[in-house]
Design a protein around this ligand. Sequence first.
Ligand SMILES: NC(=O)c1ccc[n+]([C@@H]2O[C@H](COP(=O)([O-])OP(=O)(O)OC[C@H]3O[C@@H](n4cnc5c(N)ncnc54)[C@H](O)[C@@H]3O)[C@@H](O)[C@H]2O)c1
Length: 338
Amino acid sequence: MNWQGRKVLVTGGASFIGSHLVDALVERGAQVRVVDNLSSGRLENIQPHLVARRLEFIKADLREPGVAQHAVEGVQIVFHLAADHGGRGYVDLHQAGPASNLFLDGLVFWEAVQAGVDKVVFASSGCVYPNYLQNNPNEEIYLTEDMVRPPYDADNMYGWAKLMGELTLKAYHREYGLKAASCRYFTVYGPRGVENHAVIAMIARAFVGQNPFEVWGDGTQVRNWTYIDDIVRGTILAAEKIDDATAVNLGIMERVRVIDAVKEVLRYTGHQAEIRLRPDMPTGPLNRVADNSLARQLLGWVPEVCFFDGLHRTIDWYFKTKDAEQVRAILNSRLTER
Ligand SMILES: NC(=O)c1ccc[n+]([C@@H]2O[C@H](COP(=O)([O-])OP(=O)(O)OC[C@H]3O[C@@H](n4cnc5c(N)ncnc54)[C@H](O)[C@@H]3O)[C@@H](O)[C@H]2O)c1
């Protein structure tokens, strides 16, 4: 697809993932508008584009009357990433905030249809997968898209809202002809990531020299941390290649235990500390890894950055850009907030 001059809206474009997507779209020559209320997004993430006047930025809450309608005006493709969302500590402990995603998504999709937007690409999540499939860390299970079916058992209010968003887009495609794609992101990490997500939290603990070094759960939880550049490439491919509201996993198939990620963080940073397991803290599902064959088949997408490589890049970024006093001041509250 030729992105040159294409009118694109990125909701939540000041976020970690959103800002990287904005970088890639601007680089491809798209005319990008960002709407973000900066509730967890940061202006500094998109600052270079603002300074260079390569971006239209609207600071507004999409749940407020008229904002979504104005946001989609004249737009061809909407990338909908705005969400009340945080890391594991946040989505486990907060249900009301993420519940507002139900009407946030609903409003954006509805206004997109009214405005004749060509396509909506939705940032969905591995949290739509049934919890009951993800309880055994010793099982070698890879989640395939068709496992999201009745009986549904999504991960907290956050996961239910993502699931309803996907189903809404399917219905809008079927009944209103809206082109759409949902990308199920799996535990994304990389530069500009936030401490409320596990990998960045581990790096932050090493950065401030935490000892004992806290690990939530017993460390055996399995994840497929997926690097930001792979996520952005997959999202753009979904915009180019999926029209029928299919939901596709964007996740690497590498299985990594939390404790092994922690040990690599300690080794690479040279931080020597006693590990203290905290089984009393939120862990999320014990075994969550995507099968990405559908993305290979539909998008030709294959993740390129293996975990240790991406982890080292992320540690280098964190150590180069952060201030230890500031991190110390925010770390504890950030783990459960957004
Ligand atoms: N980070 C992950 O591992 C992950 C995994 C699966 C899905 N996702 C999804 O990807 C998207 C981006 O997530 P992220 O991790 O980069 O950071 P994030 O959660 O900070 O992104 C949300 C963005 O939306 C903005 N926002 C929130 N409510 C808004 C509103 N009412 N009006 C306007 N803007 C609003 C925030 O300020 C922020 O910039 C989210 O939809 C998230 O649910 C992320």
